[in-house]
Design a protein around this ligand. Structure first.
Ligand code: PMP
Length: 305
């Protein structure tokens, strides 16, 4: 991975290599940590962070769900991210920001109430999550054997590190089978989400994406729904079965890192024409116009540093 000059840790800027933790940190053993994935793009007026407040608020809410008390307000953490980008003096087109909180050193055993909460904001330059070629031509997606855990035994709406064991196993299986990304069903057999992105499909001109009953409340998914509706596209949020997916006219994944990535094949079936679809391309180019500050209508989602 790329590195940068500084990482913000517990209120201080530290040199990249000095932001360390003890090997007996609680989260390393029991998996209670919360993360965000936020992105800044180099606009004509310098870097702008996309939907900064929404991401930081989700971090705070994930922590509340998993009973971690982050000792900083959303506003303080927003400011830390702005300052982090300023100090790091990035050059590239875009920067990925990873705010997170984890339980540090000092307590062993599952009961975590007395474990210290460590808060960190890191940022680095990161290329296209599913590859440059995937952004143009589409990727191969596999519905994997791993399903999202039932809501009775998991908190899928928390962006919690523990949830990514499920994602990791799913992604590994997909890649091992020659695909590029995993699509997970929920415990009822309906589409939940990809290992690190949300799922959309197009059928007869209608854009369809599942509700967040068993998936992260995605910020990009929300953005794409808003943008599509403003373009006059009919959007349905409903459960999607495996069969629906196979006969979709178009499909794509969305996420802060995945942005809008077209899907060309799902489980050996070509989707539509087996390339990036027309509506996908339109939404993709609009999304890039928005994040790069070229669309005035969505300027309120940008925080210029
Ligand atoms: N689902 C999962 C499991 C994810 O990790 C992500 C990436 N954060 C998403 C969906 C997309 O969320 P967002 O659009 O808020 O980045």
């Amino acid at each position: 991975m790329n590195s940068a000059k500084y990482i913000w840790m517990n209120g201080e800027f530290k040199a990249w290599n000095d932001a360390q933790t003890h090997v007996l940190s609680h989260t390393l053993h029991y998996g209670n940590g919360v993360i965000e994935g936020t992105k800044a793009y180099k606009t004509a007026k310098g870097y702008a962070i996309f939907r900064l407040n929404d991401h930081t608020k989700r971090l705070k809410e994930s922590a509340k769900m998993t009973l971690m008390d982050i000792p900083y307000s959303v506003e303080e953490m927003n400011q830390a991210q702005i300052e982090l980008l300023r100090r790091n003096e990035f050059q590239g087109d875009n920067v990925y920001i990873r705010p997170f909180a984890f339980l540090g050193y000092g307590v062993m055993g599952v009961y975590h109430k007395n474990a210290p909460v460590e808060t960190v904001m890191a940022a680095w330059e990161w290329g296209a999550y599913l590859g440059e070629e995937g952004m143009q031509k589409g990727i191969k997606l596999k519905i994997v054997s791993m399903t999202r855990p039932a809501n009775t035994s998991n908190m899928g709406k928390a962006k919690a590190t523990a949830n990514y064991l499920n994602s990791q196993m799913a992604k590994y299986e997909a890649i091992d089978c020659g695909y590029e990304e995993a699509l997970l069903l929920d415990d009822q057999g309906y589409v939940a989400e990809a290992s690190g992105a949300s799922f959309f499909m197009v059928k007869n001109g209608v854009l369809i994406t599942p509700p967040n009953d068993n998936s992260l409340e995605s910020i990009t998914q929300k953005t794409v729904i808003e943008v599509a509706q403003n373009m006059g596209i009919k959007v349905e949020r409903r459960r999607i079965s495996r069969e629906d997916v196979y006969v979709a006219d178009e499909a794509f994944l969305t996420g802060t890192a995945a942005e809008i990535t077209p899907v060309r094949i799902i489980d050996a079936r070509e989707i539509g024409c087996g390339a990036r679809g027309e509506m996908t391309e339109k939404l993709q180019s609009t999304y890039f116009d928005i994040v790069f500050g070229r669309n005035k209508e969505y300027e309120h989602y940008l925080t210029y540093i």
